[in-house]
Design a protein around this ligand. Structure first.
Ligand SMILES: *Cc1c(COP(=O)(O)O)cnc(C)c1O
Length: 377
């Protein structure tokens, strides 16, 4: 990795997004392209093709990009793939599962839910029995890595159960895609969504849907919104290589560069390997300082880690946050209902040096606060 700690004065983002990007990704944005420019159209084509290759879906899947943050494309996926006459079973073990339910309520899509505690993974056996009980369920929607806690859901096992029951699977892989393997050949799904700025390390500004082509073709007329009509977006791109409305040109240029750097790093294996090493170093160092993770190691995705709030009365989260921030490290508050917590991400253009830097900063700030241990007990 070319970026040294000294190269930039921007804060290091140990968050679930927006994330730290490389200098070269930022530099790729220093161009103005018209939406009809042939170079731009060819870059779009390359980006879409490459994303389909990442899931090994060349013969079966297509890529439909969409302007906006990640939630925009989650909304587009649900409102396109679940018809008004359908019913979607949403598997919830965190805030992003809850958000999918909210989206379906806005779009008046019939919904069933199965809910687990935030520190519990989705259980495929309960999904199977729900599907056999309720014949009216047409789709199942699941979050791959629930960024609320950083928990990994067993999407392969869930996909098997859904396929066995002859229903369609919709996956929000926003915070996992690019770092954890997803092969369309091993994990059958109708649609999977992710964005430019999480593990693929582009700039924020666009999401994309990787859709089984035959399933996408059947969504014609399902959309209840002009902007979120994925079928029309795809048709437009197929017809002339252009987006229907102003494309996020700079974001796509950055994303194109980010994908080149993803390939240079060795694709999913390289990227996921770096994040795993980041995660291991961070967790080990934090445990040495007394902190406890919410999740046991076997449920923890190498994306973002939830730490329980220390019990020492001298510990004050705002002071902790501000102290780390002043030293250049931005962390994230918790989003839990089960326990007081905070989160530290290990994705984006960060390596072991950055993780060690963050640990050193944590050590210093604790000393300043007069906190001996990060233990929650
Ligand atoms: C980041 C994220 C999203 C999208 O969030 P935006 O803030 O809209 O980009 C959706 N689902 C998951 C699991 C995420 O981590």
């Amino acid at each position: 990795m070319s970026d040294s700690l000294e190269e930039s004065h921007d804060p290091w983002l140990l968050t679930p997004g927006p994330l730290t990007t490389s200098k070269t990704v930022k530099e790729a944005m220093l161009h103005d392209f018209g939406s009809r420019d042939e170079r731009f159209i060819s870059i779009n084509h390359h980006v879409r093709t490459r994303l389909v290759e990442i899931i090994d879906g060349k013969d079966s899947h297509v890529c439909v990009p969409l302007q906006g943050s990640g939630t925009f494309v989650v909304e587009a996926m649900l409102s396109n793939f679940v018809p008004e006459s359908g019913k979607v079973l949403i598997l919830i073990n965190g805030a992003y599962g809850v958000r999918m339910k909210t989206i379906c309520d806005y779009h008046k899509r019939p919904v069933e839910t199965l809910v687990w505690n935030e520190d519990q993974p989705v259980d495929p056996r309960l999904v199977a029995s729900k599907l056999s009980e309720d014949a009216s369920i047409t789709h199942v929607a699941v979050v791959h890595c629930e960024t609320t806690t950083g928990i990994l859901n067993p999407i392969k096992d869930i996909a098997e159960v859904v396929k066995e029951a002859k229903r369609a699977l919709l996956i929000d892989s926003m915070s996992a895609f690019g770092a954890l393997e997803v092969s369309a050949k091993l994990i059958p799904f109708d649609a999977l969504v992710a964005s430019s700025n999480k593990c693929l390390e582009g700039s924020p500004g666009m999401g994309f849907c990787l859709a089984d082509k035959s399933a996408l073709l059947k969504t014609e007329g399902n959309a209840d919104s002009l902007c979120f009509d994925l079928f029309e977006q795809w048709k437009g791109l197929e017809a002339n290589g252009q987006w229907r409305f102003t494309p996020p040109t700079h974001c796509i240029l950055a994303f194109h560069q980010a994908l080149a750097e993803f390939d240079e790093e060795g694709g999913v294996q390289g990227r996921g390997g770096r994040y795993r090493a980041n995660c291991d170093l961070l967790v080990k160092g934090m445990r040495e300082l007394g902190f406890e993770t919410l999740l046991p190691d076997n449920l923890q995705a190498p994306i973002i880690i939830t730490f329980k709030m220390p019990s020492d009365s001298a510990f004050d989260f705002q002071t902790f946050y501000d102290g780390l921030s002043a030293r250049g490290y931005v962390i994230y508050p918790g989003k839990l209902t089960v326990a007081e917590s905070f989160r530290m991400g290990c994705i984006g253009r960060l390596n072991q040096q950055h993780m060690q830097g963050a640990l050193d900063a944590v050590t210093e700030v604790m000393r300043q606060m007069g906190v001996d241990s990060g233990s929650p007990d």
